[in-house]
Design a protein around this ligand. Structure first.
Ligand code: SAH
Length: 223
């Protein structure tokens, strides 16, 4: 009997966690990066919960996007300096020999520099590779990608891994990226889970709005 009620209780707890995760997730995708920073600063426990939910989602996928980025970096010189925007648990930094600057809102690892990714404490043109792995969450995409442009040296690489269903018009998105000073080097749209996009910095971001720069929020269904 007590076994049954413990099981019931565990199931209720799971449900509640799932609901809170979906709510937090929705807030992250429908607000700006500054809103996200405020949310987690005011409620660090929410961050732990978000991450547990995130882990559970990604575990269902056939492959973790961050592993693709690890493989990519291992093929390139270890001397390249990397910035990981929205690094989560720093899997990337832990898996490559490169120097990796890790940025996130709350430190899941001591490697993390806590900051809003729209404003990272790096000098202009100081990194070779900027990474956003499932991390383009804020609605102020132009500001966030503008920050990546600022810290990248000319010709530097921008890697974006994002949930496939977030792209409503991939061509328009890539066109908007040229406005932000990035040309497409390669795109892997073959996975139904996530797209992997590689860009090179061609120059500074141009001022003015980049209309096609839109991603749908990634909302998870109740299971
Ligand atoms: N890149 C990691 C984690 C992805 S989850 C991986 O692939 O495993 C998305 C991460 O982006 C979360 O850790 C979240 O806290 C972070 N994030 C969201 N908005 C942010 C912001 N405004 N500034 C910094 N990090 C942010």
């Amino acid at each position: 009997r007590s076994g049954r009620s413990a099981a019931l209780r565990a199931r209720m707890e799971e449900r509640l966690l799932g609901a809170r995760f979906r709510y937090l997730n929705q807030q992250l995708y429908t607000g700006s990066s500054q809103d996200a920073a405020r949310l987690f600063r005011d409620d660090p426990a929410a961050f732990q919960l978000y991450h547990r939910g995130f882990e559970r989602q990604v575990r269902r996928w056939p492959e973790r996007p961050v592993q693709r980025i690890v493989r990519y970096l291992r093929r390139r010189p270890a001397s390249l300096v990397v910035a990981d925007f929205g690094c989560g648990d720093c899997t990337l930094a832990a898996s490559v020999r490169n120097q990796v600057h890790c940025f996130d809102l709350v430190p899941l690892s001591p490697r993390v520099t806590v900051c809003d990714m729209a404003k990272v404490p790096l000098a202009a043109e100081s990194v070779d590779v900027a990474v956003f792995c499932l991390a383009l969450m804020g609605t102020n995409l132009q500001e966030i990608l503008g920050e990546a442009n600022r810290v990248l040296r000319l010709g530097g690489t921008l890697m974006v891994a994002e949930v496939a269903s977030r792209f409503e018009d991939t061509r328009a998105f890539l066109k908007a990226m040229t406005h932000l000073g990035f040309k497409t080097v390669s795109k892997d749209l073959s996975s139904s889970y996530f797209y992997l996009l590689e860009f090179a910095k061609t120059g500074p971001a141009r001022p003015g709005p980049a209309p096609g720069l839109r991603l749908r929020p990634c909302l998870y269904k109740r299971r």
